[in-house]
Design a protein around this ligand. Sequence first.
Ligand code: BT5
Length: 266
Amino acid sequence: MTSVMMRKLNGLLRTENIGKVIHYYDEADSTNSVLAKLAENGASEGTAVIADTQTRGRGRLERKWISPPGVNLYISILLRPSMPPGESPLLTLLASIALVETLKKTGVEKPVIKWPNDVQIGGRKVAGVLTEMRSKGESVDFVILGIGVNINMTRAQINSEMREASRVATSVKENLGKDIERAKFTADMLAEIEIWYKSFARRGKPFILKEWTDRWGGQNRRVRVHTEDKNTYEGTAVGIDGDGHLLVKTDEENTVKVIAGDVTVI
Ligand code: BT5
């Protein structure tokens, strides 16, 4: 996103709250880290940080998010929901739903969610969500929704930038065969986030869980679970529980709750 695009984005934005204040950087270490500092200093809900490139873009579990300049979207959005800290994973689900809807609106035919935080096209990752939460006593102080979307990266660029991840990554451009206006995509995505955030406040957790499941690509699929302590096991993905944890039925017919880790459909 360049400063010209930021002006375009300001013109396109129709949200009440989400993205009403946007801090733009040509380069940041990580938009999540920049926004965390603003949040600690009292920034209001809906404040966002966008960078054209990140030098230390982060995934989950200390992984790296590849963030070349000029092509993609790297954005963090500040939320201050009144909810218990344990429910904050629901906001990752909400962001994934909003991403699927934005991709559909952009013309992508079958974007699906991969538990817990990826959005894929044709089995390849086009976007990832990194939700970070700070609590204050029994309640949430703030949540940062960090979203990275590969918008205009070409296949050649994906191959050269991503090495081993390149086989499982894609971009909107690779899928649609044309350049996508980043400002428009961002405006549409912020609008979707606002819509789903309001629906969540009004209709609650069961609504989000159902809408997420409808867009999830793993229901009843055979999966391999890679746990955080580097074990693996297989089973059938049956759904998510009320806290957003994945439920996998193993071959011994036990239902296991996956709290962190990675799950691949096999
Ligand atoms: C994620 O982590 O998918 C969360 C990514 C969140 C990135 C945004 S960008 C704005 C904000 N600021 C930040 O610093 N972060 C957020 P995870 O599920 O752990 O996936 C990380 C893995 O995806 C890596 O280990 C690679 O295998 C792969 N990967 C890295 N960069 C990628 C990219 N650009 N596109 C697709 N896959 C990528």
